[in-house]
Structure formats: C-alpha cells, structure tokens
Design a protein around this ligand. Sequence first.
Ligand code: PLP
Length: 291
Amino acid sequence: MSTPQHLVLVVHDPEGHATGLLPAEPEAPQLSVLDASATRGDGVFETISIGSGHPQALDAHLDRFARSARMLDLPEPDPGVWADAVHAIAERLAGHDEAWVKTVLSRGVEGGTTPTGWAYGSVSPDFRRERTEGVTVALLDRGLRSDAAETSPWLLAGAKTLSYAVNKAAVREAQRRGADDAVFVSTDGLLLEGPTSTLVLLHDGALLTPPATLGILPGTTQHDLFAAAGDWGLEARVEVLRPEQLRSAQAAWLVSSLRLAAPVRAVDGAPTAVDAGLTAAMNGALRARRA
Ligand code: PLP
C-alpha cells in the first residue's frame, strides 16, 4: 500500500463516542507507543476503494467495521462520523481513478478507555496485471476447524482485526511455495478465503462462495458481484466448497476491494481455467460502482 497522503483523526471521548474529526499531518507522529493498535494489534479496520473521489460500497464497509468492533467488544463506531472521515479523505483523492481509504479503530492507549480512531488514504497501486493475467495460489491449512467461529469466538475468525501478521505470513509461505497468493482451507477440508480476499468460483452457470459462518470475512466485493450476477446470466449461491471444486471450476477469482477480481490461473502449481471475458465484465462493473 502506498504512503498515506491524507489523514484525519476521529476523536473519541472516554465513553467511546466519536466527538469529531481533526485533519492531521500524515508525516507527523500521531500515535502513542502505548496504543493498543501498536502493542497488541487490538483494534479493527476497513479498506475502502475510492473511484474518482467516490467511496465504493461505503455502507457495507461501515456495517462490517461495526460488526468487527462488536466481535472485539469495542465501542460501536458512529457510522455518520466515520462516513464523514472517509468522504473527507476521498474528496482529496478525487483526481485519481483508483485510490483507497483505510479506517482504523483501536482500543486506545493501554490503561485508558478512550478508543483511538483515524482514517487515511492515498492512490492505489496498479493492479492491471493481476486483473488480467491473474494470480497463482497455494492452498494452506488455516489450522482451524470450519466451526471455529462458533466453538471459539475469542479466536475472532471472520473479524477484520489489526492483527494481520498471520495473513501476511500466509502470503509469504505461498510465495515460498512458488505462488502469488494463498487460499486457506479448514482442518476439516473446506475452502475458506484468501488472506486479503474472498474466493469466488464459477460452476455450472453459478457464482459460488463459501459461507461467512465458516469463520471468514463477509466480502463487500463478493456481495456486489453476486448482486450483479444476473446481468451475466448467472445464478449466485453461498455454499460449502471443497478444494476439488476449485481445481475443476470453470473459473475462479480472488476478489477484494482494491485489487477487485483477480482470476486464479493455477492452484498448487496445476493450471486452472480462466474466463477472461467474464473477468473483464466483473472488473468493469466493480469499477463503475458508486457509494
Ligand atoms: N477476506 C479477508 C481476510 C480480507 O482481508 C478481505 C479484504 O481485505 C476480504 C476477504 C475481501 O473483502 P472486501 O471485498 O470487502 O475487500
């Protein structure tokens, strides 16, 4: 992700209510070394794509921000204040086709009760290669059963927490195995998600994705693609999927807010089918969204 160009602080009171926005200098120090975001990764975030100044799927991102906060017993983020924060940054990025804004809410300085919040953003990297040539993936055992979210909610499976060190480690492991990216599999053999993306398959005229109840993040990009599936004459279903279905799919994608739909072109070194036409249509529809 590129260097932030714009930053606003989302100021909170000790009761956890957002009290307003404060424009701030991204190059200047802003965070206490005792902030729980830094010391424990104890907080939540969202990454929202901005197309020519327009946040995409903003309500869905703010809903998911609140869902993650609830899973961590953090104060409920005020959607109006956070939307203002995102728009304040987005407006300053209006001259760019593709940019991003990240919202962050942490438990705050250790020992206190005031959460720390901020939103920052910049221009997106160029994802044209991934969107057209695709990505190769390695299947990695996540080490969690598919019912872990239900049996062990304290593992925060499916929350978008600041602790993404595991997700980053998974991508490095996939790269050590010669792939670009990873797809997690549960210990009981079900397909889950990528470390920063949702898995979507095309099978027999239907777009398929695994259910969020398996402890995966409900994807905003996948949601918007499923809403548009009818435009391409496709059904869309959420269902439990196995690795054989990824290998035999008519096409598969890793989808996420910034990279959008990246076709999967190999799984563990074995080539898989790519649908270039549908991929281009998907990315066109995703880029044309407005908040
Ligand atoms: N799954 C995980 C673990 C993610 O981190 C992300 C996005 O960063 C996604 C799925 C895709 O979500 P979205 O499409 O809302 O960006």
